[in-house]
Design a protein around this ligand. Structure first.
Ligand code: FES
Length: 107
Protein backbone atom coordinates (compact mmCIF):
# COMPACT_ATOMS: atom_id res chain seq x y z
CA UNK A 1 0.00 0.00 0.00
CA UNK A 2 1.07 3.53 -0.75
CA UNK A 3 -0.10 6.21 1.67
CA UNK A 4 -1.31 9.30 -0.15
CA UNK A 5 -2.72 12.43 1.47
CA UNK A 6 -5.46 14.16 -0.50
CA UNK A 7 -6.28 17.73 0.47
CA UNK A 8 -9.79 18.65 -0.57
CA UNK A 9 -10.80 22.15 -1.78
CA UNK A 10 -12.06 23.08 1.70
CA UNK A 11 -8.74 22.08 3.26
CA UNK A 12 -9.89 18.74 4.69
CA UNK A 13 -7.31 15.98 4.47
CA UNK A 14 -7.86 12.33 3.71
CA UNK A 15 -5.06 9.84 4.09
CA UNK A 16 -5.68 6.84 1.87
CA UNK A 17 -3.75 3.60 1.51
CA UNK A 18 -3.66 3.22 -2.26
CA UNK A 19 -3.09 -0.20 -3.80
CA UNK A 20 0.08 -0.25 -5.87
CA UNK A 21 -0.76 0.08 -9.54
CA UNK A 22 -3.96 2.01 -8.93
CA UNK A 23 -4.12 5.56 -10.16
CA UNK A 24 -4.50 8.41 -7.70
CA UNK A 25 -7.85 9.12 -9.38
CA UNK A 26 -9.16 5.57 -8.80
CA UNK A 27 -8.29 5.72 -5.12
CA UNK A 28 -9.82 9.18 -4.74
CA UNK A 29 -13.09 8.12 -6.37
CA UNK A 30 -13.27 4.91 -4.35
CA UNK A 31 -12.85 6.84 -1.13
CA UNK A 32 -15.15 9.77 -1.81
CA UNK A 33 -12.50 12.47 -2.01
CA UNK A 34 -14.18 15.81 -2.68
CA UNK A 35 -13.08 17.94 -5.59
CA UNK A 36 -12.57 15.30 -8.25
CA UNK A 37 -14.96 14.26 -11.01
CA UNK A 38 -13.07 11.96 -13.39
CA UNK A 39 -15.78 12.02 -16.04
CA UNK A 40 -13.89 9.92 -18.57
CA UNK A 41 -13.03 7.19 -16.10
CA UNK A 42 -9.29 7.53 -16.48
CA UNK A 43 -8.84 7.70 -20.24
CA UNK A 44 -6.97 11.02 -20.15
CA UNK A 45 -9.83 12.58 -22.06
CA UNK A 46 -11.67 14.94 -19.70
CA UNK A 47 -9.23 16.83 -17.42
CA UNK A 48 -11.68 16.62 -14.51
CA UNK A 49 -9.25 14.67 -12.35
CA UNK A 50 -6.89 17.65 -12.12
CA UNK A 51 -4.75 17.83 -8.99
CA UNK A 52 -1.80 19.79 -7.70
CA UNK A 53 1.13 17.67 -6.64
CA UNK A 54 2.80 18.98 -3.51
CA UNK A 55 5.92 20.90 -4.53
CA UNK A 56 8.17 18.64 -2.48
CA UNK A 57 7.02 15.75 -4.66
CA UNK A 58 6.91 17.44 -8.03
CA UNK A 59 10.28 16.09 -9.18
CA UNK A 60 9.75 12.65 -7.68
CA UNK A 61 6.87 11.49 -9.81
CA UNK A 62 7.22 10.38 -13.42
CA UNK A 63 6.86 13.24 -15.89
CA UNK A 64 3.60 13.77 -17.74
CA UNK A 65 3.30 12.21 -21.18
CA UNK A 66 2.38 14.28 -24.23
CA UNK A 67 -1.32 13.38 -24.09
CA UNK A 68 -1.52 14.38 -20.43
CA UNK A 69 0.22 17.69 -21.13
CA UNK A 70 -2.22 18.34 -23.95
CA UNK A 71 -5.21 17.57 -21.76
CA UNK A 72 -3.89 19.82 -19.00
CA UNK A 73 -4.58 22.70 -21.38
CA UNK A 74 -8.26 22.09 -20.64
CA UNK A 75 -8.35 22.27 -16.86
CA UNK A 76 -10.93 24.67 -15.45
CA UNK A 77 -9.04 25.76 -12.34
CA UNK A 78 -5.74 27.60 -12.46
CA UNK A 79 -3.05 25.53 -14.10
CA UNK A 80 0.15 25.53 -12.08
CA UNK A 81 3.60 24.07 -12.66
CA UNK A 82 2.60 21.19 -10.37
CA UNK A 83 -0.70 20.49 -12.13
CA UNK A 84 -1.25 16.87 -13.11
CA UNK A 85 -4.08 14.58 -14.03
CA UNK A 86 -4.55 12.16 -11.18
CA UNK A 87 -5.64 9.35 -13.50
CA UNK A 88 -2.17 9.39 -15.03
CA UNK A 89 -0.24 8.95 -11.78
CA UNK A 90 0.07 5.34 -10.67
CA UNK A 91 0.74 4.50 -7.06
CA UNK A 92 4.18 2.97 -6.59
CA UNK A 93 6.24 2.36 -3.47
CA UNK A 94 8.33 5.40 -4.36
CA UNK A 95 5.30 7.61 -3.84
CA UNK A 96 4.57 6.56 -0.26
CA UNK A 97 3.77 9.78 1.60
CA UNK A 98 2.73 11.74 -1.50
CA UNK A 99 0.52 14.79 -0.99
CA UNK A 100 -1.90 16.07 -3.63
CA UNK A 101 -4.37 18.94 -3.51
CA UNK A 102 -7.68 19.14 -5.28
CA UNK A 103 -8.47 22.35 -7.17
CA UNK A 104 -11.51 24.52 -6.48
CA UNK A 105 -13.28 23.40 -9.64
CA UNK A 106 -13.11 20.60 -12.20
CA UNK A 107 -15.83 21.59 -14.64
S1 FES B 1 -10.29 10.92 -15.44
FE1 FES B 1 -10.56 11.95 -17.32
S2 FES B 1 -8.58 12.79 -17.69
FE2 FES B 1 -8.36 11.76 -15.80
Amino acid sequence: MVMVTYIEPNGSEQQIDVTEGWSLMQAAMSNGVEGIEAECGGSCACATCHCYVDEAWADRIPAAAENELAMLENVVAERRPTSRLSCQIKATADLDGLIVRMPDAQS
